[in-house]
Write a protein that binds this ligand. Structure first.
Ligand SMILES: Cc1ncc(COP(=O)(O)O)c(C=O)c1O
Length: 339
């Protein structure tokens, strides 16, 4: 197997980093305070195995019971747990493509078979085609990388309704869109909704994710997680982050506004950019391949994401940074502008 290829994390400072969908703003100051005031006792002892304090806090904030929530070491941990709980060797895993490039790797690790369903924005047959795969696990990511398109809640409900297997709604970027899939959980005991604190809450370095599902499913997922999968530092920081939702929401609003301004300027100069509901967007130039745009931006000190696959060679994925970082991007792209 080839393994997952993460976006570059350069050791040297100085690049404008728009390649791995991190938040350009710091997390709530309450997070720093919570981490700083963690007593040595909390470091000496093992953490709560189920991240109890954070589970209870998340239950409070999202209006569910702690028994419906599992905390992960990043949402990647939760996606791996979903695989472990539902996918045996030789089983089928289905997902629309293009999408998050970790799903094929998780499928390879499980020695399972991937059924990739080509899909584009507004695809009305998507639910039926996913159900027809009869997969042990189906991933549906919304907003979906690399373009930021949404999969409607009724499509996710349709997949969950028609599938005997597990359906995982990956909502790592959910806070940047107005989603209501948590409401589907009551009717669909085979649905897991996975959220991340890496993007909207600015905590990618800390590694925290939340899974929401029926009590029975969370119970099964709990059995196959690592014994202490979330550290005491992460638990304390996560509680503080969820205690300050307003901070996260203000940053999300800033990022959405920066995105919309930047996208409309770049479109006016001829770049092709589909609507995005996330903290990144997809950019194509009608006459230049993605690799050239990537190389040009890199030479200007700006790092974006280029995927060397037949479907994605035509463009680049750009993370939305601060206003000034996006001005630098626009300036760097101006000499190549199609008009
Ligand atoms: C769609 C999607 N899901 C999950 C993740 C993993 O996020 P986390 O940092 O919570 O593991 C990412 C990270 O880029 C992502 O793009």
């Amino acid at each position: 197997m080839s393994g997952y290829t993460p976006g570059e994390q350069p050791e040297a400072p100085g690049l404008i980093k728009l390649n791995t969908n991190e938040n350009p703003y710091p997390p709530s100051p309450r997070v720093q305070e919570a981490v700083a005031s963690l007593g040595e006792e909390r470091l000496r002892l093992y953490p709560s195995p189920g991240a109890g304090p954070l589970r209870r806090k998340a239950a409070d904030v999202y209006g569910r019971s702690p028994a419906n929530i599992l905390i992960g070491n990043g949402s990647d941990d939760l996606l791996a747990i979903c695989m472990r709980v539902a996918v045996d060797e030789g089983a089928t895993v289905a997902y629309p493509v293009p999408t998050y490039s970790l799903y094929p790797t998780l499928t390879d690790i499980a020695r399972a078979r991937a059924v990739e369903i080509p899909s584009s924005d507004g695809d009305e047959t998507l639910a039926d085609r996913l159900v027809a795969a009869e997969a042990a696990l189906t991933f549906v990511c919304s907003p979906n990388p690399p373009k930021g398109s949404l999969v409607a809640a009724d499509v996710i409900a349709g997949v969950a309704e028609g599938s005997a297997g597990l359906v995982v709604a990956d909502e790592a970027y959910g806070d940047f869109a107005d989603l209501n899939t948590l409401d589907l959980l009551d009717e669909h005991p085979n649905l897991v909704v996975v959220r991340s604190l890496s993007k909207s809450f600015s905590l990618a370095g800390l590694r925290l994710g939340l899974a929401f599902a029926s009590e029975q499913l969370i119970h099964e997922m709990y059995k196959v997680k690592d014994s202490y999968n979330v550290s005491s530092v992460a638990i304390a920081a996560g509680v503080a982050a969820l205690d300050d939702l307003g901070w996260m929401q203000a940053n999300v609003a800033r990022i959405r506004s920066t995105r919309d301004k930047c996208v409309s300027r770049l479109r006016r100069s001829g770049y092709e950019i589909p609507d995005s509901h996330a903290n990144f967007f997809w950019l194509e130039h009608p006459g230049r391949p993605g690799e050239e745009l990537y190389g040009h931006l890199r030479s200007e000190g700006i790092l974006v994401r280029y995927f060397d696959t037949p479907e994605l060679r035509g463009g680049i994925r750009v993370t939305v940074g601060t206003d000034s970082e996006m001005s630098a991007l626009q300036e760097a792209l101006a000499p190549l502008a199609p008009r």
